[in-house]
Write a protein that binds this ligand. Structure first.
Ligand code: HEC
Length: 137
């Protein structure tokens, strides 16, 4: 009899557990939340970077003397700051969010040992990068 009661108790526990799982709220799906919205506008949308065409944002003439960077305020500063370590190609192929540019800058400083220019130049370069190689415009 005692065994029967114990079995009943564990059966009840299993039932309760099953019901609990069934009642658990479904996980929110980011793709559902973003459904119907135009692609490429929401920086939180993982598709933003993928949807942006590689020729977008590069309206300005590219300057051969600056590694093909598009002309504009900050082009020269960007060129000299960045080609110390790698070519401009790695920059030109980017279409990332503005926020990601800030992160990349920090990563370049902290992980790659990039020497930071003065604050004004830093701002000019980051503005240039966001104007020309962002997925947000
Ligand atoms: C001190 C050296 C250094 C400097 C200066 C530097 N970088 Fe980099 N950067 C690197 C290294 C190393 C990598 C990794 C290259 C690789 O993956 O082969 C990299 C990678 C990148 C990437 C690719 C990141 C990715 O997601 O794979 C971007 C974009 C970039 N750099 C942008 C810049 C920009 C813009 C500047 C100028 C503001 C700059 N870098 C200056 C060292 C540097």
């Amino acid at each position: 009899m005692r065994i029967l009661i114990r079995n009943c108790a564990s059966a009840f526990a299993a039932l309760a557990l099953g019901a609990g799982l069934a009642l658990a709220a479904p996980e929110s799906d980011p793709m559902k939340a973003l459904a119907g919205l135009p692609a490429g506008n929401n920086p939180l949308d993982p598709m933003t970077a993928l949807m942006a065409r590689s020729d977008e944002g590069a309206d300005a003439e590219s300057n051969a003397e600056l590694g093909g960077l598009p002309d504009g305020p900050g082009a020269e500063d960007t060129y000299y700051q960045c080609v110390a370590c790698h070519s401009t190609e790695i920059i030109k192929q980017q279409r990332v969010t503005d926020h990601r540019w800030d992160e990349l800058w920090t990563w370049m400083v902290e992980a790659q040992g990039m020497v930071e220019p003065d604050d004004k130049t830093k701002k000019v370069i980051l503005t240039y990068l966001k104007e020309n190689f962002s997925s947000e415009r």
